[in-house]
Design a protein around this ligand. Sequence first.
Ligand SMILES: [Zn+2]
Length: 270
Amino acid sequence: MWSIRAWQRNRILARNPVTPELWQQVLDSLPILDGLSEDELNRLRERAVLFLHEKRLTPLAGVELQPQDRLRLALQAQLPLLHLAELGWYRGFHEIVIYPDDFLSPQKHRDAAGVEHEWDAEHSGEAWLQGPVILAWPGVQESGGWEAYNLVIHELAHKLDMLNGDANGLPPLHRQMRIDTWASAMQSAYDQLDRMLDANPDAETPIDPYAAENPAEFFAVTSEYFFSAPDVLHQVFPEVYAQLAEFYRQDPLARLQRLQAEHPAYREPA
Ligand SMILES: [Zn+2]
């Protein structure tokens, strides 16, 4: 069947070819894509090209984006959506702004006594409701490995969360998922982390304590772990892992374990 959408899509792909050299170079720099099938990689590459066509990447002074940097960023942005239908999951924004370094961002909080506190917090990323995604360049460069850190996936998880309103840790779930199952898995893990930090603010938490900041950060941080340290997340919070696997329709842990069984370099955790 002829469709204008498919025609446009094919035209964009034809006009923005990815050379085999560039493709290999970028793949080599993204261990979190290791073990994906040929089919999955092809789909990911196409969606990354379409993403770069659709969104504006704006580097601020001090950042120069090479073609490999743009493709690297887009592939990580698209990894969470790889097994979801193309439904415009990132429709809530048009621009990604890249800051040369971490930045100060004004914060406001009204405490229980009604006193308003204002301070500047250092951030490496931000996602505004109805606004752009902001990423700090060092964090983008550090993303891409199995190291329990991925700034791109973290900030874009906030955008998924915001598809149904404020960021609150509840993205729009698929029809066959249950909100109460999601909520109880997330809440009990969140409470566990919270109790640990209440008892000792300097506790060695099994995942980044920033996840205990609020439910939105919990979803963003656990999404980050889901794709970049699925073994850690699955071990600590198996029910959170299971919910994220249903939401993203992927099983990065199985992929990582396959890699670990097949390749000596994967046997030792980083
Ligand atoms: Zn965040």
